[in-house]
Design a protein around this ligand. Structure first.
Ligand code: URA
Length: 492
């Protein structure tokens, strides 16, 4: 094992990787370590981004990567994960060995790389959208504007460059928990250090903030409050970084407890001509459906979830697996079936002769429903209304992926697929038609995990693997499903 010590940024990793590749060092022989007190990397070093041929400075070290892979590596390098450098090297190594599948989302590493890059791109977008600069009155050696922000990934350098190109010669600083960026009017300086918001706040900042808050309050019109649209455009998790963030809940609650009706009635009363009484709920603007899953407010589950968890897998997968809802670990990771149930499912998938990378995995409900139990978050089964609200997203996935075979894991998935409450037992054992595809119903892996004895757990695992084997056979045969009448239990 060889230790490679680098500064914690992309350019340092790239140089070290090229060196390691030229020496033929396989990923498993390297331990990537990051310098404890990183040098303050100059902007140039951070923005010295990878170009296709850049990575091959000399023919002796030649590694040509595609433009797409270069972009993925560059973005994934900003993903906060202590293993990122080792993982990126593994990707580069596989590519250099001629294994082009590593850049595909159908590959396990390719999927992880794509996920990382996607998450970083979202963090970049959010930072640009939600950084708020506050003006300070001039003081020697202090910037004219300051902002505080807590990004999800290491995107400070990227965002600072964005602002530097747009804010002219005004001087500013953005402080984050892990570092700060200063623009002195002509040059950008990045510092990796702890910078807390209180450190940079003086009376002048507080004055500017008071003014901004007074202005924000005065622009708020309770008559036009559309809470869903507000939360969709400015997600709750960003409120803490905005000066006006702490005002919003109180203003919403005041609006709800009367101010909205009063203001609406006042607005209507102020118009000339004949007055027509309007019920408050009809005076509300029409709510547009959310265009992205993360902004979904179709039911209340989003309020207590970390994030929405969408499906994952190839967009043209022949087999789609539907689970119930993300669990604790899926909620944190943003990926379906990565916790204990996912591990059992992986065994069943392997026994059926399938690869997870071939399958599209999703859930009937996309937000984690839970209740607190001590420090733990305990899974709660979603209700029929939540399943119905989330059907919008499942239908979209079914329309886009158009699987040949759908496997419903457990009763919730089956109810979501059939859009009504049925008994799982009536549907196990034989394929049937649903949503224009073959469908197979089987147990949810969590149900197998909950069994007390090894024997019953193994029995259920066998049944899940058999169902997946049937799915594989149907997908390979690719015969169109035949609708067959089915008898259901009276109680279903
Ligand atoms: N259970 C599910 O139904 N889905 C997941 O993604 C994880 C656990």
């Amino acid at each position: 094992m060889q230790a490679v010590l680098i500064d914690d940024h992309f350019a340092a990793w790239r140089a070290a990787s090229l060196d390691a590749l030229s020496r033929g060092l396989a990923p498993e022989t390297i331990e990537w370590r990051v310098k404890q007190a990183p040098e303050s990397p100059q902007t140039q070093a951070l923005f010295d981004c990878l170009e296709v041929t850049d990575i091959a400075p000399s023919p002796a070290r030649g590694v040509q990567v595609s433009k797409e892979l270069a972009a993925l590596l560059r973005d994934a390098a900003l993903f906060r994960d202590p293993q990122r450098w080792a993982f990126l090297y593994k990707v580069l190594w596989r590519w250099q060995q001629g294994d082009r599948t590593v850049a595909s989302p159908a590959d396990v590493d390719g999927a992880r790389l794509t996920r990382m890059a996607k998450s970083v791109r979202r963090a970049k977008h959010d930072m640009i959208a939600y950084v708020r600069f506050r003006k300070q009155t001039a003081a020697a050696h202090s910037p004219e504007y300051i902002a505080w922000y807590d990004p999800d990934h290491d995107v400070l350098g990227w965002a600072a460059d964005h602002f530097a190109q747009r804010m002219g010669r005004s001087t500013w600083m953005i402080a984050t928990p892990r570092g700060a960026a200063f623009w002195d009017g002509s040059e950008l300086h990045l510092e990796q250090r702890r910078a807390l918001p209180g450190e940079h706040r003086g009376k002048t900042v507080d004055d500017a903030e008071a003014l901004w808050l007074a202005y924000y309050r005065s622009t708020f019109n309770p008559a036009r409050l559309n809470e869903a649209a507000l939360e969709q455009h400015m997600p709750v998790r960003f409120w803490k970084g905005l000066p006006e963030g702490h005002l919003i809940p109180a203003m919403i609650s005041e609006a709800k407890s009367g101010a909205q009706r009063v203001a609406q009635a006042g607005g209507v009363g102020a118009l000339g001509g004949k007055s027509i009484p309007v019920e408050a709920e009809f005076a509300q603007p029409v709510r547009v459906p959310p265009s992205s899953l993360d902004g979904c407010r179709r039911c209340e589950l989003w309020r207590h979830a970390t994030q929405a968890v969408g499906g994952s897998g190839p967009g043209d997968a022949r087999i789609m697996l539907i689970g119930e809802q993300p669990g604790d670990q899926e909620d944190l990771a943003g990926q379906p079936f990565v916790g204990p149930a996912g591990q059992l499912l992986d065994i069943a998938i392997a026994r059926a002769g399938l690869l997870r990378a071939q399958l599209y995995l999703t859930n009937a409900v996309k937000h984690f429903k839970w209740e607190p139990r001590g420090k733990r978050r305990l899974h709660k089964t979603p209700g029929q209304q939540e399943i119905a609200a989330c059907a919008y997203w499942l239908e979209r996935e079914l329309r886009t992926v158009r699987p040949v075979v759908i496997v419903a894991l457990g009763a919730t998935a089956l109810n979501a697929l059939l859009q009504r409450k049925v008994s799982l037992k009536d549907y196990t054992g034989a394929p049937f038609e649903a949503a224009g595809a073959w469908a197979i119903a089987t147990w949810h892996p969590s149900f197998a995990l909950r069994q007390q004895s090894d024997a019953s757990r193994d029995k259920l695992l066998d049944e899940i693997s058999n169902a997946l084997r049937d799915a594989r056979r149907l997908a390979e045969e690719s015969v169109a499903p035949v609708t067959q009448p089915r008898r259901e239990s009276p109680e279903s």
